[in-house]
Write a protein that binds this ligand. Structure first.
Ligand code: NAP
Length: 289
């Protein structure tokens, strides 16, 4: 048996295609969706994420206001820029690429963004609305995972989903969204305090890895026939690549695909979905939804 590989790259392209159509409708009404993208410092992974987001914005016909700041930018200067963007009617969404340099308080920065422009869905108002099931910007990676499950017709109702990782941007919101009535999964969330993780993961109909450690999910941790969603993105050395590294997920992909029924690859799995959902949130911000 070999699992069906979930083509996140294609599914994300379909989402972007739908967004692009709506962007052109909006432009006919004189509104051009614009996302301000702020990058502080020169972390190579962050630069590549930001570049990917800006490329996608152009592709769907949106404008980006790209703001690059040096690593030693003062916290107050960044907060002042966010204030200006909050007041700028031509800017519909604000994205601050994380992580920020250590001397800047991320929480303070997230709190400074007007929740109506918080297209990442990280502001506590959006998080709170998500938890109680009210309209909000859903965080892009968890939302992208849900769209992958839906587009692949993977049943969630009554299924046991096990999420490994409890970060505020992936594991925690994903566990909440999966347990929402319209998704209706039974959710277990694992972390570094979990005793015998494999005992839990082996019970998963849907196993989601959001850890950030290459190969932490091995084939023997997967129930035969399960759906495996690998959110992890890890750089491992590879002398055959020009860059000297390649990207892998948290799951031992080659072994896992022999056990699972559906599996996402890394790259071309969850990653492109994150960007596609960002495009969708920015569109909704411009539509004033
Ligand atoms: P994070 O903030 O570092 O959180 C990692 C989580 O994994 C924590 O909750 C941690 O537990 C848990 N953990 C660490 N080691 C573990 C282990 N051995 N067993 C069980 N749980 C363990 O990371 P994140 O921001 O959620 O990101 C996770 C991964 O997803 C990273 O590789 C990141 O690059 C990737 N990512 C990908 C996308 C995408 O679009 N594809 C988007 C965002 C993130 P504790 O809470 O107990 O410390």
């Amino acid at each position: 048996m070999s699992a069906t590989i979930i083509d996140g790259f294609q599914i994300a392209a379909n989402v972007r295609g739908r967004v692009a159509k709506q962007v052109s409708e909006l432009k006919k009404k004189g509104i051009c969706p614009c996302l301000a993208v702020i990058l502080v410092g020169e972390d190579p992974a962050s630069i590549s994420y930001v570049t990917g987001k800006e490329k996608a914005l152009a592709e769907v016909g949106m404008t980006d206001k790209s703001i690059r700041l040096p690593a030693d930018t003062k916290e107050q200067d960044l907060l002042n820029i966010i204030d200006e963007l909050n007041d700028d009617k031509t800017v519909h969404g604000i994205l601050v690429q994380l992580p920020l340099p250590k001397h800047i308080n991320e929480e303070k920065v997230i709190m400074a963004i007007n929740p109506e422009k918080d297209v990442d869905g990280f502001h506590p108002i959006n998080v709170g609305n998500m938890v109680i099931g009210k309209k909000s910007y859903l965080p892009c990676t968890p939302h992208g995972v849900l769209v992958l499950l839906r587009e692949m017709n993977i049943p969630t109702n009554g299924m046991h989903a096990v999420v490994v990782g409890r970060s505020n941007i992936v594991g925690k919101p994903l566990s909440i969204l999966l347990s929402r009535k319209d998704i209706n999964a039974t959710v277990t969330i694992c972390h570094t305090g979990t005793k015998n993780i494999a005992e839990h993961t082996r019970q998963a109909d849907i196993l989601i890895a959001a850890v950030g450690k290459a190969g932490v999910i091995t084939a023997d941790m997967i129930k035969p026939g399960a759906t495996v969603i690998d959110v992890g993105v890890n750089r491992i050395p590879d002398s055959t690549k020009k860059s000297g590294f390649r990207l892998v997920g948290d799951v031992d992909f080659e072994a896992a695909k022999k056990v699972a029924s559906f599996i996402t690859p890394v790259p071309r799995g969850v990653g492109p979905m994150t960007i596609a959902m960002l495009m969708q949130n920015t569109l909704e911000a411009a539509q004033g939804k």
